[in-house]
Design a protein around this ligand. Structure first.
Ligand code: FMN
Length: 186
C-alpha cells in the first residue's frame, strides 16, 4: 500500500493491545498515514493534547486503554478492536458503555488463544464453550428461522471457527476501509 499524506495535524497513532491485533492494525494504519505509532505503555515524546488516533482491544465490552488515552490526548478517532462481527447493536453498545463522544470505528481483530495469558485464556475457553453450545443447539438454516436469529447463528458459527483456528481479520483491505473512513471525517 502507498503511504497517503493526510496533513490535518495528526501527530501519532497510539494503541493498547494484549495479543497483537490492535497493535498490527495501528501499525498498518500509521504506516499508511505516515505518522509514528506508539504503545500506550510508552508514550515518551508525545505531548499532552497531541492529536492522535487511538486503537484499543476490547475486554468485556470495555475498550482497554481508552480512559488513559482520553485523559491525555486529543483523540480524533477511536478504534475498538474485538473478536465479534461489528453489528450495529454491538457498535452502539460499545459507544454507550465506553462513553464515547468522538468518531468511533469498530475493527474485527481476531483471537489468538496461544498468546492469551492465564486467566484470559480460561475466560475465553468458557466463552468458546458457550458459543459452541449455542451453535450445536441452533436450528439448522433450512428450518423456519427469523432473519435476526439466522444472522446470529451464522455469526456464532464464524466466531467459533475464528477461536478454534486463531483467525486474524486484520488485512490490507480492512485497513484500507478504515483509512477511507478516517479521510471522510475531515
Ligand atoms: C477476557 C477477554 C474478554 C473479551 N471480551 C470481548 C468483548 O467483550 N467483545 C469482543 O468483541 N471481543 C472480546 N474479546 C476478544 C478480543 O477483544 C480480541 O481477541 C481482540 O482482537 C484482542 O486484541 P489484541 O490482540 O490487540 O489484544 C475478549 C477477549 C478476552 C481474552
Amino acid at each position: 500500500m502507498d503511504n497517503v499524506s493526510m496533513g490535518g495535524g495528526l501527530k501519532a497513532v497510539v494503541y493498547c493491545s494484549h495479543t497483537g491485533h490492535a497493535k498490527k492494525c495501528a501499525e498498518m494504519f500509521s504506516n499508511r498515514l505516515g505518522v509514528p505509532c506508539y504503545d500506550i505503555k510508552n508514550i515518551k515524546g508525545l505531548g499532552r493534547n497531541s492529536n492522535i488516533v487511538f486503537f484499543g482491544w476490547i475486554r468485556a465490552n470495555k475498550i482497554i486503554g481508552y480512559k488513559k488515552a482520553k485523559g491525555f490526548f486529543d483523540i480524533k478517532l477511536i478504534c475498538g478492536v474485538g473478536m465479534c462481527k461489528g453489528t450495529d447493536s454491538i457498535i452502539q453498545s460499545l459507544i454507550e458503555r465506553n462513553d464515547i463522544d468522538k468518531p468511533f470505528y469498530y475493527v474485527q481483530g481476531g483471537v489468538n488463544t496461544e498468546r492469551l495469558s492465564g486467566v484470559y485464556k480460561w475466560i475465553l475457553n468458557i466463552v468458546r464453550f458457550g458459543i459452541g453450545k449455542a451453535v450445536s443447539q441452533g436450528v439448522s438454516p433450512d428450518e423456519s428461522f427469523d432473519s435476526k436469529a439466522q444472522a446470529e447463528y451464522e455469526d456464532n458459527k464464524e466466531l467459533l471457527k475464528d477461536i478454534q483456528n486463531n483467525r486474524d481479520h486484520i488485512t490490507d483491505s480492512a485497513v484500507e476501509e478504515l483509512v477511507k473512513y478516517y479521510q471522510a471525517l475531515k
